[in-house]
Design a protein around this ligand. Sequence first.
Ligand code: FES
Length: 330
Amino acid sequence: MSQLQVPAAPPGWLPDAWLRNARLLSGLVLMAFVTLHFLNHVLLLISLEAADRGRETFLLLWRNPAGTLLLYGAVATHLALSLLALYQRRTLTMPVREWAQILLGLAIPVLIVEHVVGTRAMHALYDANDTYEFVVRSLWILSPKVGVRQAIAVVVIWAHGCLGLHFWLRYRQWYPRTASALLVLAVLVPVLALLGFASAGKEVSAMGPPQSQAIEPTLLDRALATKDRIDNSIYAGFAGLIVLVLAARIVRDRIERRNLVEVRYAGGRKVRVPRGYSVLDASRLAGIAHYAVCGGRGRCSTCRIRVLDGLSEQPEPGPIEAATLAPHRG
Ligand code: FES
């Protein structure tokens, strides 16, 4: 228990609940895309032809103007809000599971850029016919190193998505009852997708040289040069964004440290933190054990404390805090 003397942070430019819901929704759209994409790969266990037939339906859903807007809108929203969340985190002292979720998420763009540019962008710019045979041939035969990277990407993307769903759903009453079945699905989907990829790799190897090219041969050199330029621009842009976020954190921390307040814990321990930190942030910063199942996202209330002194100086709870605390108030 602690005595709280830390006023809450001033309201941001957008309500936190709105941002949190936008991040969740964009994550759900991406998870829907990824699940269908991986299930399409599972059809490779039957044949390339079966997977290409499944791909036709998949493309009907995602390669039309509305599907494209939804997908790339979700990518941009999820990425932007994840970087914003990384900036807003007061301390980077956090449990392994939270670090895992962040690092897996940051690894995804690095792992999939070349695949996305080589398929979607090449289709849009050079009318590339990015069939399963074309993709598997380039990943399994022409660039096996990139193939290994894509296999790792399947696992990383799936783990990031499943962790996000788990963090979101684990407080639902029905979740513990279905968790085992969901875990089986969570393991089966990527395993079957990767087995499908391996099976297609063998099928393509046995086919010999391709009968036709995915890109018009006269455009190939220009297409490859364009692909390299786009890949490198995205890598540089993404690295720049990460550096920007980390630099912004350093500048903000320096400014905030000019205005420290003191949190006094039961037992006499005192921690000085910048005004605006939550008590959970203060505890983590000082290495004080503070139970927090959802990492302070307002989903569980396990980090709640009893304020012994100074409550009257505290502002009213924000919308997320109020919604979380409501069931616990008499
Ligand atoms: S840890 Fe979940 S709301 Fe505080």
